[in-house]
Structures are given as C-alpha cells and as structure tokens.
Design a protein around this ligand. Sequence first.
Ligand code: UD1
Ligand code: MG
Length: 432
Amino acid sequence: LVNNFQADGEPLIASLALSGIAFSATYSMIRWLGPSFMKAGLRGVDMSKHHKREIPECMGGICAVVYLLVIIVFIPFPFYKDIVAATSGGGNRDVVFQIENVQQGRFLHRFPHSKLASYLSAIISLQSIALLGIGDDLFDIRWRHKLFIPAFASIPLLVVYFVDFGVTSIVVPIPLQPYLGELFNLGFLYYVYMCCIAIFSPNSINILAGINGIEVSQSIVIALLLAINDCLYLLTPYPHPATDSHLFSLYFLLPFLGVSFALLWHNWYPAKVFVGDTYCYFAGMVFVVVSILGHFSKTLVLLLIPQIFNFIYSAPQLFGLVPCPRHRLPKFNVRTGLLEPSVTPWTPERQPKPLVKTVMLLLHRLRLLRVATDAEGRFVETSNFTILNLWLVWRGPLKEERLAVEITAMQMAVGLFGLFIRHRLALLVFKE
Ligand code: UD1
Ligand code: MG
C-alpha cells in the first residue's frame, strides 16, 4: 500500500482536492443559476406534491460543465513526473540532439502518449454525451435517435481500447472449459458488446427515474462501488498490474462524486431542482468511460443489475406491446400523500392481445404486476412496467422519500453482492 501510494498518491490527492472544489462550485452554481434556467424555459413540474410547483430542470448541465472543466484542469497532474522527466536532460530538445542521445545509448524518457490519449478520448466522449443530454432537455429528442448517440460518443473510447489494449477474449468458466478452451475470443463482437454497454448505461439510468433524488442517488451508489472496486486493486500488498487503469478510474470518479453530491443536495426530497436527462446520460457515460478504458466493463454490468432488471421489465412498454405513456412515474395520491403504482388504462374496446393478456395475468399471479379487471374479466388498468411501480406493488403505498431510500439501499446491497461475487466467488468458477 505504502509503495503504491508513494508512487502514485500525489495526483490522487490533487484529484480529491479538485473534487472538493467541484462540489462547492456545483453547489453554489445550482443555487445561483436556477432562476436563469427557469427564465430560459428549462423547468418542470414536480408531480408528486400537493403544491405542484415548477422548479429548474437540466441542472445536470451544470454538473457536466463543472466536471469537464475540473477534469481538464487535472490533466497535468498525473503526467507531472513524465513531463519533468521528458523535458529534463534534453528530452524535448531538437531532433539532432535526440538522435545524438540515442546513438550514444543514453536513456531518454518517453512520454506516455497512450495514457494521455486515454484521457483525451474520455473527455471527447463525455463532451459528446453532454451535448446529447442538453439537446434532449431542450428539444425532447426522439427515442430511436437518442439510442444511438451514446454509440457515436463511445467511438473514441473504442479506438483507444483497440490500439492500446485490444483484448477481446473472455475467460471461460471452468465447467465450460472442456468445450470452449480457457479463453474464448469474441473478436469484433467484443466491440459490439462495449458499444451496447455505452448505449445501455446512460439510457438505463434515465428510465430508472421519476421520484426526487433517485437518478442521482443510484449514480452515486454505482460510482462509490466502482471506486471501492478500484481501491481493492490499489490496496494490494504488491503493486497490481492494473494499478494504472484503476487510478485512471478514480481520477474520473472522484470529481463525478463531487458534482453528484452537490446535485443530490438540491435534488433530494423535497426537490428544489430537477437533474434533467443531461445528468442521467452524463452519469451513465462516466461509468462507460472508466470501465472501458479501465478494462473492467464486466464489473460495470454487475453493478447495473437493478438497471438491467428495470430495462428488461420495461421491455413490454419500451417495445410497444403495452402502451407507454409519456410519464410512468408513480402516482401521487393527494388524499394520503403517498405514492402508488401508476397505471396504464384499458377500455373494453382496446384490450391487450390475447397472448400479452395471458402473460400479464401470469405476472399478476406472480406478484410481478398489478392487473385490475372488471366482472367480465376485461382489463381495466395495469400497473406500469418500472421497478419503482413494482416496488410499490410489493411494499404498498410509500412516501416519496421512503421509496427513494429503499431503492437506493437495494441498489447498494445488490452492487455490494455483485462486487463480492466478482472478487470472491469468481475464484470458484474461474481459475486465478
Ligand atoms: C423518463 C421515463 C418516464 C418518467 C420520467 C421521469 C421511461 C421510458 N421514461 O422519461 O416514464 O416519467 O423519466 O423522470 O421510463 N419528474 C417529477 N419528479 C421527479 C423527477 C421528474 O415530477 O422526481 C417529472 C418532472 O415533471 C420533470 C420530468 O419528470 O420535468 C422529467 O422527465 P424527463 O426526464 O424529461 O423524462 P424522460 O427521461 O423522457
Ligand atoms: Mg429523464
């Protein structure tokens, strides 16, 4: 630990300090700029309240800007030693001098251009996704277009991955090894898989939304778990070969946590601002950036289990088997002040297809959906397919704050379990 830290600890301290600055800057800018956002039309109604007030929307834009500036300011820190080494002893002088040095066998420090390329590609990806987010908050971009923008944003990452690392094989679990061998090369498909993660992660956070604080709190939990995972690699008694990529990941996660906590402060129940799609996309892309460039995209998949569940569960509505209203957030009961599952109404004329109906009744039996029928067995209403509504089907009506706490705790528990599997149980299924 001491060795690891002495070698690489200084940039980490700088990163921590900058994250603190990011927190304060975001915290105060959200307060100052809220009214300007309202004036510019970036505002939304908080639907689950007695007094339906309009509050500023798209505050994730502030997070993204502060974050990007901080990350850019940070660039010299991890390269400080390389810059000094490369410029002292004439490393940066004219070509003739360099050739002389090489001819005389003198060692010249080579600047780690590939590491810098990783940083820059990460920044390009994050900037692209911030553009998409702001575009979506301003113009409500259509679903089918939104889906592919993260794929474009991931191209710089994939190029760097290809040139720098290029591993496209996965370790095969022991029971399957007799058939597939120890390593299975996915080749080109591995890039398709990473691209899918880049599309999935931002969108999945955006659809696990609709109650105060939940977009930010789930993102904070995922970022914290990724940071814990990084620390597990940095705290090994011997320098782990993956030290560099996990430091890289921490440099990107710490400022993200800084801006996110500042946003949560304002967005937690009762929300004074909304985060907007900008924040959801941006958060999702931060995870994609660190996990692709840090070479641990499979760990990210483990930490996104609640989001994956929410997506699969949402599929009937996302893919149009069941109508999907503009908003699926839980319904606020004005009388009790509690949240209840929101529903899709059905009329006697417009009923689901027989097969869909059967499946929905089965889900109702399994307590995975709530279906209300009339005397003749016709559907009257069915709860919307989101994990928030499902949680309310299970737990009964809840206060908005309580629901947010419970879902966040569930995300934490599932994520910790995922990390446990990754680090302990994996040894049973995979040889070290
Ligand atoms: C996604 C969800 C949608 C959900 C919405 C809520 C899908 C396919 N889309 O849409 O079902 O209703 O997020 O964020 O699952 N709002 C609140 N309270 C909150 C958060 C948001 O009332 O705590 C309302 C506000 O009116 C706010 C609006 O939701 O203005 C923001 O919705 P937006 O993020 O634009 O919705 P989508 O991401 O398109
Ligand atoms: Mg949204």
